[in-house]
Design a protein around this ligand. Structure first.
Ligand SMILES: O=C(O)CCC(=O)C(=O)O
Ligand SMILES: [Fe+2]
Length: 334
């Protein structure tokens, strides 16, 4: 197909070297499927203090226990989500050479990325393609790719949603009020929208990941996924698969919130497995701070040393280049 990136060609040339890892190989048939904790956000505006409190409690518990939860009545209307998926399909259905034109060397900083050109073995390869768009560039990107204003509308609404959730989580951390520490750091222009497409993967390569195991480099991530399934996460030391719920958005805690909350909320490892028959689509919104922001744990004794977001990103880029993998927070342990 003219829109497919040359995943097979690149993958075939990578060695099968078994890397040292504590992860089990992918065997989807053995995994248990779970529904993520489901939180009805409608209660936040219901006018009843009791309902609001209960909703906040569920968010806080899920962020501590799972690092992941799903929300309904989140305030983003169905029409926007449907239009967003149509836009996403159009974007990925462009001929590969057109997509690749935006990032001819497939560099990890360009808009368009596929596979993982830094991969030194098949274990680091992701069977997927993605557009990684800074929210500040959505309008430039829109003109050059004929994306509709839906993407802008979505980023505005999803940003409000992340603020609401961050506020609840932060206010529960005691001294760290959202308004004092985060409100002027996490601005829309520092956030990213990542559109993912996972093409069907040949049966013989089915142990390959659609997206390799990672934690998110964000405060919060909001994920909109289709009905295909494939997302897995680490729960109590084992991989579990997540049942997709088309009417919900998935929220997860990223590394920065874990560090800021001093480990109270968990940035949990997750990955996407491949599918032999159907393609899968998802859209992730990452709430991120300006690069000069210093992430300082809000209680004592601190698990992680203070670091700036700039330093965190630089370390990740260095590790990905030299090992093929992101290491992330463990680099900043005290
Ligand atoms: O596609 C998914 O379900 C997950 C995507 C993801 O983890 C990411 O983009 O960071
Ligand atoms: Fe992720």
């Amino acid at each position: 197909m003219e829109w497919e990136p040359p995943l097979v060609q690149v993958f075939q040339n990578l060695p099968e070297t078994k890397i040292e890892t504590d992860e089990e190989p992918i065997d989807v048939s053995r995994l248990k499927c779970y529904e993520l904790p489901l939180v009805d956000l409608g209660r936040l505006n219901s006018g009843h203090a009791m309902n609001r409190k209960e909703c906040e409690k569920e968010i806080i518990e899920a962020a501590k226990e799972w690092g992941f939860f799903q929300v309904v009545n989140h305030g983003i209307c169905k029409e926007i989500l449907v239009k967003l998926q149509e836009e996403q399909l159009k974007l990925f259905r462009q001929p590969f050479h057109k997509k690749a034109n935006q990032n001819p060397s497939n560099s990890p900083t360009g808009f368009y990325r596929w596979g993982n050109l830094a991969a030194t073995s098949r274990a680091h390869f992701s069977w997927s393609e993605a557009f990684h768009i800074p929210v500040s560039s959505v309008s430039d990107f829109r003109t050059s790719n004929h994306l509709s204003s839906t993407v802008e509308e979505y980023t505005e609404q999803v940003s409000e949603l992340t603020q609401k959730i961050a506020e609840i989580l932060a206010d529960n951390m005691g001294i760290c009020s959202y308004k004092t520490f985060l409100a002027d750091k996490v601005v829309p222009s520092s956030c990213y929208l990542r559109m993912n497409r996972y093409p069907p993967c040949p049966k013989s390569y089915s142990k390959t990941c659609g997206l390799v195991s990672h934690t998110d480099t964000s405060y919060l991530t909001v994920l909109h996924q289709d009905n295909t399934g494939g997302l897995q996460l680490m729960k109590d030391g084992a991989w579990i698969c997540v049942k997709p719920n088309p009417s919900a958005l998935v929220i997860n805690i990223g590394d920065l919130f874990e560090a800021w909350s001093n480990g109270l909320y968990k940035s949990v490892r997750h990955r996407v497995v491949t599918n032999g028959q159907v393609e899968r689509f998802s859209i992730a919104y990452f709430s991120l701070p300006t690069t000069d922001t210093v992430i300082r744990s809000c209680s004592q004794p601190t698990i992680y040393r203070d670091f700036s977001f700039e330093e965190f990103k630089r370390q990740i880029q260095f590790d990905v280049k030299s090992t093929g993998n992101k290491i992330g927070l463990p680099r900043f342990l005290r």
